[in-house]
Design a protein around this ligand. Structure first.
Ligand SMILES: O=C(O)C[C@H](O)C(=O)O
Ligand code: SF4
Length: 523
């Protein structure tokens, strides 16, 4: 009898976790939406950042309406559960694993768990170390289950400082509150737009290298508009948000008035010899939700991050209409693939390009592979898209794109210029920009780098009209080479074929602005 009851509760618990996963992946919490809305309000009309924020706002709404992933990158699903004493954590773990696998089959999560040695994708988001589940016991009756889906691009921008240290632009950071201040400002600067700014940061002061990062990530579970109970840290949080927003990095690193949407700092004791400041950077697609679950029915009693005030996107949409980008500031150029060198040479940094026709996805595994193999598709005068989409196959065997935003391009920096040359590529679409080697390659060959809006996975999925085919499925869904027919795919030229790079410019000016914060502020 007891077994049957337990089985019933576990099924309900699994369904509740599935609901939590779906909500987290598709429905941005209200505090995050409000932060994005205020960024939209602050941005000047007609700027590239305003355009990006308009797309982001649109994307957030579409994801919720269609119950589809906000961003294609599921990230590392990380659960934190508080459970009553005596709760069966082994059975709960099994239920969470089942829910993860179902959510993946339903296209709410991208298969994201990759064997680090063989490169094999497990296909269901289960594997050694994934998902991450932390259990804590407490003396309350209910289960508090929270989930964060933090993407790989922003995870790569996490950074850990060991004080004292020397920081570019800021000089010496000592073992005190002012040293901590410098590290955090530097953390925002070094992320540039690559973690899909405007971002949120969680900071862990103290601990060891492992617990410091854990504490930093824990801070991301705090509500964006809460108040730090520690007065010094509350003051530092407010200072960081204010000053980081003067760095001019802006949305996607396009330049602009908002670079940081929130900063939460926690502190813990450290060893006398160690003084770590660990920073967890989260993109604007700050997917975190939580649910209170009844221990005897397994059903959701309440949601944790929901509130009754407006979510923000509706108002932000109104604002977006007000701030429609004027065509005089951003020239719009429509290009149909294949693209000629002449068309590419005509493009300048700042132009908005609308692409129609066939494009090919390719990211880490493909770039490495193409260095010493042929391409199965003709890439001459073609477009390569740094993207690992969420794909679902229907009963007829046809593939459908469920989410398809860009991935961080800088990882392809060692390969990109060679690949452009070898295959005669004319445009590379990605996000976050690329380095000097690629810039030289673009100039030499006659190609451009187009920055798509990171995280706008629904927006770009809707521009795909047909999936023409796929190669390298053995690389796994995100790394395979998908051949996509697109219509109205919009991106901004941020590196042109004349040696100009918006990314290099923003990096330089933001470093100059960072150095204005060199002098001590906190004693
Ligand atoms: O893996 C991805 O699709 C994107 C990643 O989150 C990134 O920001 O680069
Ligand atoms: S693509 Fe951007 S929005 Fe998506 S997970 Fe990566 S950093 Fe976040």
């Amino acid at each position: 009898m007891m077994e049957i009851k337990e089985g019933y509760i576990m099924k309900a618990f699994k369904d509740s976790i599935l609901h939590l996963i779906t909500e987290t992946s598709t429905n941005l919490p209200p505090d995050v939406r409000r932060a994005i809305q205020s960024a939209t309000n602050r941005e000047d009309a007609g700027t590239r950042s305003a355009l990006a924020l308009g797309t982001i706002t649109d994307n957030i709404r579409t994801a919720e309406e269609n119950v589809s992933p906000i961003c294609q990158d599921t990230g590392m699903p990380t659960f934190i559960l508080h459970v009553p004493v005596g709760a069966n954590q082994i059975k709960m773990t099994q239920a969470i694993h089942e829910a993860i696998s179902i959510a993946t089959k339903q296209g709410k999560l991208r298969p994201n768990s990759v064997d680090s040695l063989t490169g094999e994708n497990t296909g269901d988001n289960l594997g050694t170390g994934t998902p991450v589940i932390h259990f804590h016991q407490w003396e309350k009756d209910e289960i508090d289950a929270r989930l964060i889906l933090k993407g790989g691009g922003c995870e790569n921008k996490n950074i850990q400082y060991s004080l004292p240290c020397e920081l570019e632009g800021l000089g010496r950071a000592g073992r005190d509150l002012d040293g901590i201040r410098k590290c955090i400002l530097h953390a925002v600067y070094q992320a540039q737009g690559q973690g899909c700014s405007a971002g949120f940061i969680g900071v862990g002061v103290g601990g060891d290298r492992t617990t410091g990062y854990e504490l930093a990530k824990d801070q991301l579970f705090r509500s964006v508009d809460d108040q730090n109970p520690n007065e010094s840290l509350a003051e530092l949080e407010a200072y960081i948000v204010e000053k980081a927003n003067t760095l001019g990095i802006g949305t996607m690193g396009f330049g602009g008035n908002t670079t940081l949407l929130g900063c939460k700092i926690g502190s813990m004791n450290r060893l006398p010899a160690s003084f770590f400041v660990s920073v967890a950077y989260n993109c604007w697609a700050f997917r975190r939700q939580g649910a209170l679950i009844h221990p005897e029915t397994g059903e959701i009693i309440d949601w944790i991050y929901r509130d009754t005030s407006p979510k923000g996107t509706e108002e932000a949409t109104g604002n977006q209409e007000k701030k429609e980008v004027s065509p005089t500031t951003n020239r719009e150029v429509v290009l149909t693939t294949p693209i000629t060198e002449e068309q590419i040479r005509d493009l300048k940094v700042g132009d908005v390009v609308i692409i129609n026709g066939l494009i090919h996805t390719g990211r880490d595994a493909l770039h490495k592979h193409l260095m010493d193999h042929n391409s199965p598709a003709d890439l001459t005068d073609g477009v390569i898209y740094h993207c690992g989409p969420v794909m679902l196959k229907d009963d007829q065997g046809t593939w459908h794109v469920k989410a398809a935003g860009p991935t961080t391009s800088i990882r392809e920096e060692p390969y990109q210029a060679d690949i452009i040359k070898k295959f005669g590529i004319r445009a590379v679409i990605g996000k976050g920009g690329m380095g000097p080697k690629t810039l030289a390659g673009l100039q030499e060959h006659g190609a451009v780098y187009l920055n798509a809006i990171g995280g706008a996975a629904q927006y770009y999925a809707h521009s795909v009209k047909q999936v023409d085919g796929v190669d390298f499925m053995e690389f796994g869904i995100p790394e395979a080479m998908w051949h996509l027919q697109v219509e109205g795919f919009a991106a901004i030229v941020t590196m042109d074929s004349h040696g100009n790079s918006l990314h290099a410019d923003v990096d330089k000016t933001s470093l100059e602005k960072l150095s204005l914060f060199k002098d001590p502020v906190f004693k």
